[in-house]
Design a protein around this ligand. Structure first.
Ligand code: CA2
Length: 188
């Protein structure tokens, strides 16, 4: 089975087989300072590096037959651009907006504008932390939020989003009028 993932912090892998197979495509975005994972504040964010976290996500993506595109940025504008760009070519988004969770109307608006199913992930339990971290501008436009489960949260988000997208694909197919189903199959 070919690997079908890309990583903006490394080489980009494009595999035409993935497009032929019509695999689900999910963009995974890490917000500011998450590039420091595993180097400090280990009691809050754990010991795993961002590269190790990305590898675990890619491993599960392969198992689920999903294409993932993983990116990290310290810039709000860059995250907004990547969310906007996901409108073409992606089926869903997983995002840990990090500190922008609590401040960014721009990221919230971008997610609402593209209309892609989005899961919000936090390593720490933001609801048990300082008051300013307990408010998320993103939660209201996400299909769900996973908070406090460490790196496992990303893996659960990937499984959850995969199931959500698979179910909506199936629903679209079965709710299409019989004539268009026949047309799609090429039968009369
Ligand atoms: O718990 C999370 O995943 C957060 O999104 C992490 C953000 C924080 O601002 C949110 O309130 C909750 C901070 C990410 C910074 O990550 C670091 C990792 C290692 C060392 C320093 C920062």
């Amino acid at each position: 089975m070919p690997r079908c993932w890309t990583c903006s912090r490394g080489i980009v892998f494009a595999n035409p087989v993935c497009e032929q197979k019509n695999m689900l495509r999910i963009r995974v975005l890490h917000g500011p300072n998450l590039n420091l994972l595993g180097t400090r504040e280990q009691s809050i964010y754990g010991t795993l590096s961002l590269d190790a976290l990305d590898s675990a996500i890619m491993e599960l993506a392969e198992e689920l037959d999903v294409t993932v595109d993983l990116r990290q940025s310290n810039s709000e504008g860059e995250l907004v651009t990547w969310i906007q760009e996901a409108r073409t070519g992606y089926d869903g988004i997983i995002i840990n907006p990090a500190a922008y969770t609590h401040t960014s109307v721009a990221i919230r608006d971008a997610i609402a504008a593209v209309g892609l199913p989005t899961v919000e992930v936090h390593l720490s339990n933001i609801h048990q932390r300082e008051e300013f971290r307990q408010r998320s501008y993103i939660a209201g436009v996400a299909i769900g939020q996973i908070s406090g489960l460490g790196p496992t949260g990303y893996l659960l988000a990937l499984r959850g989003l995969h199931d959500h997208l698979t179910a909506s694909r199936h629903q679209k197919k079965t709710s299409a009028p019989a004539t268009s189903r026949r047309a799609a199959k090429g039968t009369k």
